[in-house]
Design a protein around this ligand. Structure first.
Ligand SMILES: Cc1cc2nc3c(=O)[nH]c(=O)nc-3n(C[C@H](O)[C@H](O)[C@H](O)COP(=O)(O)OP(=O)(O)OC[C@H]3O[C@@H](n4cnc5c(N)ncnc54)[C@H](O)[C@@H]3O)c2cc1C
Length: 328
């Protein structure tokens, strides 16, 4: 088995950030298992012909070579290698949202638990600011909103100014982040949601962001990348061992069920219905536990009502709360 990635070997491709440590730990584990992992090597072309495929890769010295494989799993994230090469791109069903984010030296971080919590501030129903503290004292800060809103924030193309403006809109975070320096020029991720026409084909499967990316709001990205990657790998092994695999049922339908459930929650976050439930007092512990389970990635657990009837549960409950409020 051969894995190629255009990341650098020590993870420095993503800088000195904890995400790089996570990616590096995964890469090292793969190498420990005896897999041939080629760093700084980019997939630039691929051809499928029956039971074989030829992938053309280019290393950092510009040298190219061909790799033959009976099965290819594309986990290239936003590189979206096969969707681009095979024209599988499809617009997302979600309305266009964008983000601007950076990391800061979190010198005003509170002592104790408060300072270590991942938290949001909701600026407007569809606009929120994320704060993700890292163990090394740095913190990821980002603003998310409808593309039109984020475009307006960064009208002159100055993302530094845009993120500063966003932080100043947060009464809660302005004290902590109002005067900090960004560790890199804030990145602008425009219309980040994406989708594909199909999740598999003869000799290949798409996983993680190379297939579908919804929204950063509930960390569904990592859930789908790991679940999709694992499911595809197990099925590919069975197929290579001569078993007939039903990729539609066992892969596409399975993954898309989870995508559907998470999509409902993302949509209902932006309609404000989910926020209505989150902030309702007194809390209903059973509802809270079940919704938390969904958002923690248990989107395939059909024993959970909030998975099974996801498309109506949130909307109906929010309507009920709103009606109660009007009547009281
Ligand atoms: C700002 C931001 C914050 C986020 N926060 C969270 C969060 O808190 N929690 C969460 O769950 N998700 C989060 N996500 C989403 C999450 O990062 C992704 O959903 C997840 O990393 C997808 O994993 P992946 O394996 O599909 O792709 P990636 O992790 O992007 O990996 C793709 C790999 O493919 C390589 N590659 C790309 N093109 C090529 C090529 N042509 N040839 C060879 N290799 C190639 C890349 O170098 C990379 O190593 C966030 C995303 C962003 C942008």
């Amino acid at each position: 088995m051969i894995l190629v990635t255009n990341s650098e070997k020590d993870g420095t491709g993503r800088g000195r950030f904890p995400r790089a440590d996570f990616d590096n730990a995964l890469a090292q584990e793969v190498i420990n298992k005896g897999i041939d992992l080629e760093f700084e090597t980019e997939v630039i072309g691929i051809e499928f012909n029956g039971t074989d495929s030829i992938t053309t890769v280019k290393n950092k010295n510009g040298e190219t070579k061909e790799i033959h494989a009976k099965f290819v799993i594309d986990s290239s994230g936003y590189g979206r290698v096969l969707p681009r090469l095979l024209d599988l791109e499809k617009p997302s069903k979600l309305s266009p949202h964008s983000a601007i984010f950076s990391h800061v030296k979190d010198s005003n971080r509170e002592e104790g638990t408060e300072g270590t919590l991942i938290s949001f501030d909701i600026i407007e129903t569809e606009v929120w600011l994320w704060v993700i503290p890292f163990s090394n004292g740095n913190t990821s800060v980002g603003i998310v909103g409808p593309t039109e809103y984020i475009d307006k924030l960064s009208e002159n193309g100055d993302t530094m100014e845009a993120l500063k403006k966003a932080i100043s809109l947060s009464d809660y975070y302005v004290k902590r982040f109002g005067d900090v320096d960004f560790l890199f020029e804030p990145k602008h991720l425009k219309d980040y949601s994406c989708s594909v026409k199909q999740l598999f084909g003869d000799g290949f499967a798409l996983t993680g962001n190379a297939s579908e990316f919804l929204d950063p709001v509930f960390s569904s990205g990592m859930a789908f990348a790991t679940e999709g990657g694992m499911t595809a790998a197990k099925l590919a092994i069975r197929q290579l061992n001569g078993e007939k695999v039903d990729w539609q049922t066992e892969f596409a339908d399975y993954i898309l069920y989870g995508v559907d459930v998470f999509t409902t929650y993302v949509k209902e976050w932006y309609t404000g219905n989910l926020q209505e439930l989150f902030f309702h007092q007194p809390e209903n512990p059973d509802v809270k536990r079940k919704i938390c389970a969904v958002l923690a990635g248990y989107v395939w657990d059909k024993k959970n009502t909030f998975v099974r009837i996801h498309d109506t549960a949130i909307k109906n409950l929010a309507e009920f709360i709103k009606t109660e409020k009007i009547q009281s």
